[in-house]
Design a protein. Structure first.
Length: 341
């Protein structure tokens, strides 16, 4: 398990982190820690919980400060009564062990995909934002979660599978209408760092009646992820590899228009959904219209109409063909943290 945030703290911060960690693990009512400012204390507590998402039972705290003392008293606020916490701990430990068992002998990449697919198939966004949906107990215990709970569940499962993983967090941006911080993961696969946003992929997969798992945010580099994610507010590794994101690995990242046409023709013939990434330069309106013309042409050859949805920031198109009497459609998809329908 990677204590990434702990490793980026100074010695007094690490001492405080350790005291809080041991205290809440033991369900202590009061924990003595070095006297730090309230803001510093909050940041340490917050980052300790990012390093240790298995600690789901404490989400807030108070503290008592004594004049001229070099220490203060940290008072955790627990989500449940202590007996209930122990019940949940036991149930979640068993749940994690059961979930990871089939993936133990897989490669790192396969383990990552296994966890990603589990989230996309089994977890729905909790619009009520219950307290436990911000913790692993939501996705792993109740099959609901918000982005924070989902990112924590991904880390807990990948930790159990021995895959390096941290939780990344960005700020809000009221000017863009982004009200909430968003949380996702950074993983290390075969020694290389990548962004993995299971929440955004989950929101795309839920857009269609015949749902398929989406991989628009599977192993992106910094340049790709920050096309539609805000800057990080806590330290995280840089992700510089652009050659192993999902669609390129699966030969579904096209640079030639003729490839789009050929694969669209296959999809129309076989009645299968085609999801592909465009890598042949910027996806401008002009380029998009050229691709849509080819997708339409492929459908007409098989007497079918195309229904296309576009994740414009990531240049990913989803194409599905229907009988000619079904009206063709083109829509913009917006991957998001689950706030929108």
């Amino acid at each position: 398990m990677e204590q990434y945030y702990y490793n980026h703290m100074n010695k007094p911060q690490q001492a405080t982190y350790h005291s809080i960690f041991v205290g809440v693990k033991n369900l202590s009512d009061e924990i003595q820690v070095p006297a730090l400012s309230g803001e510093e204390l909050y940041n340490i507590f917050f980052q300790m919980r990012l390093d240790h998402p298995e600690i789901f039972w404490v989400t807030n705290f108070k503290y008592r400060y004594y004049k001229d003392s070099s220490n203060l008293i940290f008072i955790p606020e627990y989500l449940f009564e202590k007996n209930k916490i122990r019940e949940h701990q036991k149930a979640l430990t068993a749940r994690v062990e059961k979930l990871v068992r089939p993936a133990q002998k897989m490669s790192e990449w396969e383990k990552e995909k296994y966890v990603h697919d589990f989230i996309c198939e089994n977890v729905r966004y909790d619009k009520l934002k219950k307290a436990y949906s911000h913790e692993i107990i939501g996705p792993l215990g109740q099959s609901v979660g918000v982005c924070e709970g989902i990112a924590k569940a991904v880390k807990v499962l990948l930790d159990a599978l021995g895959v390096w993983c941290v939780i990344a967090i960005c700020g809000n941006n009221p000017e863009k209408g982004i009200k909430y911080r968003h949380t996702w993961n950074i993983v290390k696969i075969n020694g290389i760092y990548y962004h993995l946003d299971a929440t955004f992929d989950n929101s795309l997969g839920k857009d269609h009646e015949n749902t398929e798992i989406r991989y628009d945010y599977f192993n992106l580099d910094d340049q790709q992820i920050f096309r539609d994610h805000e800057p990080l507010i806590a330290p995280a590794p840089h992700c510089n590899d652009h050659d192993h994101f999902y669609y390129k690995e699966k030969k579904l990242s096209f640079t030639k228009q003729e490839d789009v046409y050929k694969r669209s023709l296959q999809a129309a013939k076989k009645g299968k959904v085609l999801v592909f990434h465009w890598r042949g330069g910027y996806l401008t309106k002009e380029v998009l219209n050229e691709l849509l013309d080819l997708i339409r042409k492929a459908g007409m050859e098989k007497e079918k109409n195309a229904m296309v949805s576009i994740n414009w920031p990531q240049a990913v198109l989803r194409v599905q063909y229907a009988d000619i009497q079904v009206q063709e459609s083109v829509m913009l998809e917006e991957a998001n943290e689950g706030e929108k329908d």
